[in-house]
Design a protein around this ligand. Structure first.
Ligand code: C5P
Length: 433
């Protein structure tokens, strides 16, 4: 008799559909420390090109110890198969309201209730419209109407669809009903257009799910002030001096901190990314405005200066558009130094936040400059990164956290994961006091 090395189900799936990770089904046992195994979500996958990314989400949630039950809409089955979904989740994948077997096994009411959270990923304009307006003509929409659990939507669609007033109205309705609708990411779409509408990064969806499942209160009661993005220093009414900062890292940190219960004030220069969920956003343009906004937001327990503040500004910005002189002489302009926001807040005698964190983006000799900055600016931590590659404006990062006598290096990861890494350390530092 042949002995089975792996359970029958895993072996069958591995040989049939060739998912190499099923050689070792133990990924399902790799639970997040302290995370109750009983947490489960019902994932509704609707029919968009981003549907394939939900497979990665199922795998990531499995690693975090979250059990995933799935429903595929009819359109979603054109993009992913029930077999691949159930292979990953280790659970039966439900597809049709009128499948008598499914109804006998588990009705849609039970399916919608025997879960801790309902997640729609990707959420198409169609399914959000149905949910917002109470339509129930298939298993997915019926389940959404029948559930008594929190629903989280991760939208993905063409930019014009996302911006359409009907879709925006439906999003507003869903939010007003108490559902969480994540803002989509911005970028190049499968259809070739550019703008907001891409499925949020899987890490962001996963963080939102974990936060909804088990609210982390390690920073509740703390006020954290963050600056992010570039500043714009006007030259004349149509020109300005600025830099390539996208604001992504600062926004990700704001998200990670509010997910831990902190009250976050985010003072942001001009960026083109979605506002963070749960933070008070103060939009500014210049370094001087950023400083005023920060001082107004005090007192704070923590100040994190992530913004790429312009070091100088034109000494005499013109009120009218500057004109070419038509000559061959070099054009010159006078600059004055901007206020150093980090230094100003670090050196405050009365309202200095208890923990002040600066960032150091360096192209070389990272440690030397980071330590120098720690001293000169008077902050408690410097989070340094090497920007000689494509970190600025990119989606990934790796940072080193310098304190007066220590250094800790983060993994090379997405900006969302780096934000989580930083938020964890802040929570630990504040809770150690
Ligand atoms: O001096 P440098 O720009 O390299 O220092 C970077 C750190 O200082 C960052 O945390 C940045 O947000 C902060 N900074 C500031 N105000 C400035 C310049 C930099 O807060 N004018």
């Amino acid at each position: 008799m042949i002995k089975r090395a792996v359970p029958r189900r895993a072996a069958l799936l591995y040989f049939d559909c060739g998912f190499p990770f099923l050689q070792c089904p133990s990924y399902r046992l790799n639970f997040r420390k302290g995370f109750p195994v009983s947490q489960s979500i019902l994932l509704i996958i609707s029919g968009g090109i981003a549907a394939y990314k939900s497979l990665e989400l199922i795998r990531e949630l499995g690693r975090a110890g979250v059990k995933t039950r799935t429903i595929l809409t009819r359109a979603a089955t054109q993009f992913v198969t029930p077999l691949s979904v159930s292979a990953l989740s280790g659970e039966k994948c439900f597809t049709d309201l009128f499948d008598l077997d499914d109804e006998a096994e588990m009705g849609h009411i039970e399916l919608s209730r025997s879960t801790d959270l309902v997640v729609v990923c990707p959420a198409t304009a169609d399914l959000m419209a149905k949910a917002a307006n109470g339509l129930a003509d298939d298993l997915a929409s019926t389940t959404l109407l029948a559930t008594d659990k929190q629903v989280l939507f991760a939208p993905a669609m063409n930019v014009r669809m996302w911006q359409h007033p009907s879709v925006q109205k439906n999003v507003e309705t869903l939010r007003a009903q108490g559902s969480v609708v994540l803002d989509p990411d911005e970028g190049l779409m499968a259809c070739g257009e550019f703008g907001p509408g891409r499925l949020p990064e899987i890490d962001r969806i996963k963080s939102a799910i974990l936060a909804a499942l088990k609210p982390d209160t390690s920073l509740s009661g703390k006020h954290i002030l963050i600056t992010a993005g570039p500043t714009r220093e006007p030259i004349d009414p149509v020109r300005f001096l600025s830099n390539h900062s996208s604001g992504r890292q600062g926004y990700a940190i704001a998200n990670a901190l509010s997910a831990r219960g902190a009250k976050v004030t985010l003072v942001s220069g001009p960026v083109s990314i979605a506002p963070p969920t749960g933070a008070d956003l103060v939009n500014v343009e210049t370094a001087e405005q950023m400083l005023t906004a920060c001082e107004t937001a005090l007192p704070a327990d923590v100040f994190i200066s992530v913004a790429a503040v312009a070091d100088w500004r034109p000494a005499n910005a013109s009120d009218t558009k500057l004109k070419l002189k038509g000559g061959k002489d070099p054009v010159s302009m006078e600059f004055v130094e901007n206020p150093d926001i980090l230094k100003t807040l670090s050196k405050k005698s009365k309202s200095r936040p208890g923990l002040v964190i600066g960032f150091a983006a360096e192209t070389h000799e990272v440690e030397k400059y980071a330590r120098e900055k720690l001293r000169k600016k008077g902050c408690d931590w410097i989070i340094a990164n090497d920007v000689s590659g494509d970190v600025m404006g990119g989606t990934d990062n790796q940072v080193s956290l310098y304190t007066e006598d220590d250094v800790e290096v983060s993994p090379d990861a997405s900006k969302d994961q780096i934000a989580d890494w930083i938020a964890e350390r802040i929570a630990k530092a504040l809770n150690a006091d």
